[in-house]
Design a binder for this molecule. Structure first.
Ligand code: ATP
Length: 615
């Protein structure tokens, strides 16, 4: 920068002072100016004047040696000239000093200008540089945008290309269609001319039809009047149907009352006997016959040998509310108990027991086989399905129901939650509580809201899995414990404000053949004692309920089972006992025991005129 500013100044100094290089050597760093140029030229002219004045002295005519005066004069004039020259030189010197001083001032100014210029240049440079940077950034941003736009345009272009190709194809197709339509058009034209001919025929027909339409108009008016009449009748019907609905609700209440009366007439304790069929490889069938108008009697025959060696036939006859022969299926059994399920919906407490020896078909009756189907599902799922069906129907009469299920097991006089965790069986102690309103609760039990049939299925599966974990095989455990499935049914009628709360207990009792304790030791003896106690307590409770005198004691507390069922046995509660028996000859004695126990229960009928002919 400095170099570039110095160069023209150097050249100027050389040019201006070229005539006086001897006296003023130009400095390469010192800039010149117009003022310095004029000052130095003035000094140079003064110097040449001095020289010009001195030069005539050298050309003066020689004075003879003797002319001392002349020489003196000459010297005198030379001295004067020299004096003049000296003063001129001094003046010149002053001029030069002034010039130098001027030059220095100029130089300073020039330096200042150079510095200013440098500052200006630097700031300009910085500004340009920042401008350049921002321009570069803008450029980059724009460039990126352009690249993106370019990509978008390329994409659009390819879409447009595709669209163009599609349009091209479509265009070709349309052209083809057009060609085809042209052909069709020709055909149509021919058809149109045919139709035109036909049209005139139709036109004639139309005129005829118009005439008919006019007459139809008056018929339509008649119809409209009829519709109005029908609408009025419909409104009357609607009022009537509302009245019918009200009557239906009343009738539903009456039905409930009548149903209960019928159930009471049938007896609040009822006994059904079910003889299971032969299963698997079984073939030694006992002589069992079912008879009676309502299949209410059964006869068992046994060949006995006397001590004298004579063989005779011993006949045992029993009567129950109903006897189901081996060929009867699950739906035949449910038909009979469905009435009691209805009672539970109507707000009664119902107990349905399955009593019998191991393997007589209690679990099959109550739950169904391990892999049930539509035909073989047991009483528990059937009861729940019926309740679903009926609660849906009852909705039209304003009834809304909730169903809550619990499933427990009584084993060795302690309660296990079959819907809980098997690992809790020995840890959690469940207590039975009865409140003043007649409601029974068992502490720590899991309750399942049964709002769909699939939930019942899942619940039964879980219960049977939990029961199986307590034993080496499921039959072994189920024959040693009682299982109690409880369904709490709570209903509310929004239209009538009625409420109902019923309980349905479905109980699969432990195997009854263990009543004999002989031969049992250790855990088995404990189990046998527990089963023995609870089954005989059940019999005792049922008997004392029937013989009940005002304020007499009912031994509910004698077993966990009877204590649990305190509010579901006796009073207004309904009890049904299924006595399951085996058809096998080898189980004949156990079958007789079961039937005798059932007969004892059956003799507890209240309000029925059934004759007991059993032994
Ligand atoms: N009515 C029936 N129809 C067909 N099979 C039946 C019937 N009743 C029972 N069974 C079959 O007989 C066998 C024994 O029945 P189940 O297990 O129900 O007896 P249980 O009395 O419940 O025995 P446990 O006291 O050991 O539980 C099972 O294989 C069962 O499927």
């Amino acid at each position: 920068m400095n170099k570039s500013t110095e160069r023209p100044l150097k050249r100027k100094a050389n040019t201006d002072n070229g005539s006086d290089t001897r006296r003023q050597k130009p400095s390469p760093s010192r800039p010149s100016s117009h003022r310095s140029t004029s000052t130095s030229s003035k000094t140079a002219s003064t110097f040449s004047n001095v020289k010009k004045k001195t030069s005539p002295t050298t050309t003066t005519k020689k004075i003879p040696f003797w002319d001392a005066k002349g020489k003196m004069n000459e010297l005198q004039s030379k001295l004067e000239e020299t004096g003049k020259e000296v003063s001129e030189f001094e003046k010149l010197k002053d001029d030069l000093q002034t010039t130098v001083h001027d030059q220095e001032t100029i130089l300073k100014e020039a330096f200042q200008k150079v510095t200013d210029l440098e500052t200006t240049i630097n700031s300009t440079k910085e500004r340009h540089s920042s401008e350049l940077n921002s321009i570069r950034q803008k450029f980059n941003v724009q460039n990126q945008e352009l690249v993106q736009q370019n990509a978008k345009y390329s994409e659009k272009m390819s879409h447009l290309d595709q669209e163009y190709e599609a349009y091209q194809t479509r265009y070709e197709e349309i052209i083809q269609v057009l060609e085809e339509e042209k052909g069709e058009n020709m055909t149509l034209k021919a058809t149109v001319s045919k139709i035109s001919a036909a049209y005139s025929d139709v036109d004639a027909d139309l005129r005829t039809l118009r005439m008919k339409l006019e007459s139809t108009g008056s018929i339509l008016e008649q119809r409209e009047n009829e519709i109005k009449r029908f609408t009025d009748e419909l409104l009357e019907q609607d009022t009537l149907s509302k009245e019918i609905e009200r009557q239906l609700i009343e009738e539903e209440t009456t039905r409930r009352k009548l149903h209960n009366t019928i159930q009471e007439l049938k007896g609040n304790i009822r006994v059904f006997c079910r003889v299971r069929p032969l299963v698997g490889n079984e073939n030694n069938m006992a002589d069992i016959r079912v008879f009676g108008e309502d299949s209410e009697h059964m006869e068992l025959r046994e060949q006995v040998s006397s001590t004298l060696g004579r063989t005779s036939t011993k006949t045992y006859t029993f009567s129950f509310d109903r006897v189901f022969a081996p060929e009867c299926n699950q739906s035949d059994c449910f038909e009979e108990i469905s009435q009691l399920v209805q009672s539970a919906l109507d707000g009664y407490n119902v107990c349905i027991f399955a009593y019998g020896q191991t393997g007589s078909g209690k679990t099959f009756t109550m739950q169904g086989p391990p892999q049930p189907n539509e035909e073989t599902i047991g009483m528990i799922p059937r009861a729940v399905h019926q309740i679903y069906k009926v609660t849906q129907q009852l909705k039209q009469f304003g009834w809304e129901y909730t169903m809550e299920g619990q499933f427990l097991e009584i084993y060795n006089e302690s309660i296990n939650d079959l819907l809980g965790e098997p690992s809790d069986y020995s840890k959690v102690k469940h207590e039975i509580h009865h409140d003043k309103s007649g409601r029974t609760t068992v502490t720590g039990m899991k309750t399942v809201i049964l709002d769909s049939p699939s939930k019942v299925k899942m619940m039964l599966k879980r219960a049977s899995q939990n029961r199986a974990t307590g034993a080496t095989n499921i039959n072994e455990r189920s024959s040693r414990s009682h299982s109690v499935f409880t369904l709490q049914l709570t209903g509310e009628n929004k239209k009538t404000g009625e409420r109902s709360s019923g309980l349905l207990n479905l109980i699969d009792l432990a195997g009854s053949e263990r009543l004999s304790m002989s031969g049992s030791v250790g855990d088995r003896l404990k189990e046998t004692q527990a089963i023995n106690k609870s089954l005989s307590s059940l019999g005792d409770v049922i008997q004392s309920l029937v013989n009940k005198k005002e304020g007499s004691h009912v031994p509910y507390r004698n077993s966990k089972l009877t204590w649990l069922l305190r509010n579901s046995l006796g009073g207004n509660c309904k009890t049904l006992m299924f006595v399951n028996v085996s058809p096998l000859v080898e189980h004949f004695n156990e079958t007789l025991c079961s039937l005798r126990f059932a007969t004892k229960v059956n003799s507890c009928h209240v309000g029925t005129a059934k004759r007991s002919i059993g032994k």
